[in-house]
Design a protein around this ligand. Structure first.
Ligand code: ADP
Length: 543
């Protein structure tokens, strides 16, 4: 391994890789000895540093790291053993191998040297080959030791990273052996389960997850196993220290190491998620319940609406029938009143005085008025008869011609000026459309200004699926607060000075409504009124 940064046994920098040189310290007080040592070791290719005394050696050791020290025992001032003692007392040089160079071979001498941490002795006269090979071994040893130190440091760093990763995990992380005994836990495990770390180490993981089993590593779900590459999370119950159970999601991942199999179990507390799921399920159930309740209510409401509509239709029919019967049957006695009043006037004319004749005139007038009222009511009640069966392609031009024909006398009498544009064909009841025009035109003549003759304009314009008709006059107009009221039954804004029953516009509204249209009036008192109404276009015109 080629590396520039290495660590010495004492933790300081030292060149250790093959090819890079290490330093060897040679300590001897005799210059000739130093020269012969250098000559013998030169071929090793390492950096040789010479020291002439123990003190000199200690000074070098302060500045540098050495792979080995060759130390002469017999030196003046401070001998080799004293120097070795000081070398060993310093942390930086405590483990540097020392080779003593000595002429003595006695045992006491050797023991003292070994006591001081000597790794070997070389006896003078020194044989260069022996010296070289011994130093080479120490150099190699030194290199290996430095390498080991470096690897240990890397390993420690990796372990620190691994532990901080484990701690940073949001889940409880438990590393256990194959038999389930816990080897390591992170602090999340302590928080989630309420156990101090020490109480968990070497306990079985089932203390925390009773249903934990090693086979969970092999998923029983074949499909999931085929598609899923990582560990498949499972939902199980876990137990806290206080005995309370809570739901967790756990996933297992194996790690084969030299000493056997290690299993990392990641445990996530899913209580909050479960609660949310339950809440959602409850809310969904309530929505479902409300929906079905609403459906029931709707069905009930529909039934009620249908019942009410039927009842309303029935009462409408009954009302129409009543109006018809009443007005029809009332006509008969009224005619009798008229006939007998006339007879009374003719046969007893002489016997009746002036007041009596006046009273008879009132009776006749009111009976005629009532006759008119009944006729209009009869007409109104009969508008519904026949439903849409009388609807056909109806020419509005023809309907207006007929209406104007019926009003010929009134038109001439009043000097009315009538202008008209071409009118369309509509889908409707010819008779009723004629009556509609007739009522509007007669009103325009009736409610004219005293000083100017009536001027009436009948026009039409298309508007979507409908025609928008207008009958405009230059009459007396209607005050804004009455523009809606005038369409009511028997609603009049005038007294006897203008003949009428107040049914004309009510009949108009009923006709237009039967044709699915709308009718309204826009008016300016003293200037004139415009009655607008819509009728559906004939089928042919719709495209
Ligand atoms: P009637 O004409 O028999 O009174 P209508 O139902 O036709 O009954 O009209 C109701 C009231 O609306 C009338 O009494 C009249 O006061 C007012 N009116 C109808 N048409 C016009 C019009 N063209 N100009 C002014 N007032 C009108």
């Amino acid at each position: 391994m080629q590396s520039s940064e290495t660590l010495s046994p004492a933790g300081t920098s030292l060149e250790t890789s093959r090819g890079s040189r290490v330093k060897i310290l040679l300590v001897d007080d005799t210059p000739e000895n130093l020269i012969s040592l250098e000559a013998a070791l030169e071929t090793l290719g390492e950096e040789l540093v010479s020291a002439h005394s123990g003190r000199d050696a200690l000074r070098h050791l302060l500045e540098d790291d050495f792979a080995a020290i060759l130390l002469d025992v017999k030196m003046p001032d401070m001998d080799g053993f004293e120097t070795a003692e000081l070398i060993r007392s310093r942390p930086r040089s405590r483990h540097v191998p020392i080779l003593f160079l000595t002429g003595y071979k006695n045992e006491e001498h050797l023991f003292r040297g070994y006591d001081l941490g000597a790794v070997d002795f070389l006896f003078k006269p020194i044989v260069p080959e022996v010296l070289r090979s011994k130093v080479a071994v120490f150099v190699e040893l030194s290199r290996k030791a430095a390498l080991l130190e470096k690897q240990t440091a890397i390993l420690q760093k990796t372990e620190r990273q691994f532990r901080s990763l484990l701690e940073a995990a949001p889940d409880a992380m438990i590393i256990c052996h194959e038999n389930g005994n816990i080897a390591l836990v992170n602090s999340q495990t302590e928080t989630i389960f309420g156990y101090p770390r020490a109480e968990l180490l070497n306990e079985h993981i089932r203390l925390l997850v009773p249903k934990w089993h090693f086979e969970m590593l092999v998923t029983p779900d074949r499909d999931a196993a085929e598609t899923h590459t990582g560990p498949v999370p499972r939902e199980l119950d876990a137990l806290r220290r206080d005995g309370s159970a809570f739901p967790v999601e756990i996933s297992l991942s194996p790690l084969q190491i030299e000493g056997g199999l290690l299993i990392t179990t990641a445990i996530r507390d899913i209580s909050a998620r479960k609660r949310a799921e339950e809440e959602r399920a409850k809310a969904e159930a309530r929505v479902h319940q409300l929906n079905s309740h609403l459906e029931q209510l709707n069905a009930h409401l529909e039934d009620r609406v249908m019942e009410r509509t039927e009842a309303l239709l029935r009462s409408n029919d009954e009302l129409a029938q009543f109006a018809y019967v009443a007005s029809h049957d009332l006509q008969e006695p009224l005619r009798t009143v008229l006939i007998y009043t006339e007879l009374l006037g003719r046969q007893y004319n002489e016997a009746i005085d002036e007041d009596g004749r006046k009273f008879m005139a009132y009776v006749t007038e009111n009976a005629r008025r009532m006759e008119q009222l009944i006729r209009d009511l009869l007409q109104f009640s009969q508008l519904e008869a026949g439903g849409e069966s009388r609807f056909t392609q109806t020419s509005c031009d023809k309907a207006l011609d007929e209406a104007l024909g019926n009003l010929q006398g009134r038109i001439e009498e009043s000097n009315a000026l009538i202008s008209r544009g071409p009118l369309p064909v509509v889908y409707g009841d010819q008779t009723q459309v004629c009556l509609l025009f007739q009522n509007l035109v007669i009103n325009a003549i009736k409610y004219c200004q005293t000083d100017i003759p009536p001027s009436i304009r009948v026009a039409v314009e298309p508007q979507g699926d409908e025609w928008l008709f207008s009958v405009r006059d230059n009459g007396i107009g209607i005050e804004p607060e009455y523009t809606e009221k005038v369409f009511g039954i028997f609603k009049r804004l005038h007294g006897r000075d203008k003949p009428g029953t107040g049914m004309g516009l009510a009949i108009c509204r009923k006709i237009v409504t039967r044709h699915s249209g709308r009718i309204w009036v826009e008016s300016e008192p003293g200037v004139g009124s415009t009655f607008f109404f819509t009728l559906p276009k004939a089928a042919a015109e719709l495209t």
